[in-house]
Design a protein around this ligand. Sequence first.
Ligand code: ZN
Ligand code: ZN
Length: 465
Amino acid sequence: MTARTLALAALPLLLSTAAIAASPRPPALAEVADRALEDDKLAWDFVEGITTEVGPRQAGTEAEARGRAWAVKWLKANGLAKIAIEPYQMPTWVRGEERAEIVAPYAQPLRITALGTSASTGPDGLTAEVVYFPSYAALEAAPAGSLAGKIAFISHDMKPTQDGSGYGFAGPARWTGAALAASKGAVATVIRSIGTENHRTPHTGGTTFPEGVARTPAGALSNPDADNLERMFARAGGQPITMKLVLTPRDLGRTESGNVVGEITGRDPKLAPVLLACHLDSWDLGTGAIDDGAGCGIAAAAAKHVAKAGPPLRTVRVLFAGAEETGLWGSKAYAAAHKGMPIYAGLESDFGADRIWRLDTNFTKTDPALYKQLAQAVARFGVAPSQEVAGGGADLNLARESGAAILDLQQDGTRYFDLHHTPDDTLDKIDPAALRQNVAVWTQVVGILANRAEPIEKGETGARR
Ligand code: ZN
Ligand code: ZN
């Protein structure tokens, strides 16, 4: 090669270097995601701010309304577009006094919290014999009418699992145990907390009474108190165990709740958007840090970071749903209000703030090229591929109904149910490095989706998370 041909060969390189120097281009998406892993501050700022300035945000209450106002201010300060509150009405339930004590034969107080939609015992409480069921299946097997005048105690225990599947096995004791016991005559139900730690912090959460089953008082004992009550049955030698229960929650009737939305508007706003969901409400016992302040911080931070790589092709819309905890009211209202609006892909963050370890989608088999692209892009963050079929989070009703692609960026849930729905759901439980890993993975995945024009070949969608 002569000096002249060498110079000619180097010319395009020199020209392109000069062009880059003349007009600085935004960093590539992968670089933005890598930076988020190192130094994202947005997600932390969101969850630190809302837990500090607002705290618990129970659905339908003025505290949830303050949470919406706070979130709107945050989204504005961070430059999102089309920020709005979309209000709806919902039935609202609030906690009252809550006490339980064993009256005989081993008199002592127990730690309890009411389950959402529990009826009130009245201020004087109720006293009745307790019937012990070691599992939900044991309660199912109890004969009709056999619980007349009794308090059912369902002590179905839960084990921690990385994928949260223990919740599916133990959850029915809380979700429908009280209604099942009531249908057999029980005057009240107490359950072992659906939780995996051994602190005296009972776990609240919703319970459901179907049409035609009268609501009864229902509460959850902390795990050590449930252990204690089990030991009492072992020692009592068949003599009746009597409990006094005081739960005085109230129904406030229909009150206003709302969803908060905002977006990074895409270069082609006519294309179906990518929907990033979380829920803004929380139970009242903690400050709603891991459930689900962190999720909203992750989703909003990812939307912001995606835009740093240049305006995305598709709009990235953020949905901070209201009133998830008490019956998915926000998700249902959003789906009704935007019925028919196509969604390209939906993702939700609502499983704490620990690191993402697995990528599930509803197109893993049907659009293997896209799945492979995404899986390869997040491998460097320690995320494994999987064949599990994504079902999407609770606030993605619209995405599921519109037949969107669904992705579950699965977080490690090993310690999630130590904290879930307890007074211990507070900011200090969030590991800032794990939170940044979430933001980095979300940024990478959302950025790829939002810059893709082609349709996604979807398969079946899995069960809702
Ligand atoms: Zn949640
Ligand atoms: Zn929750």
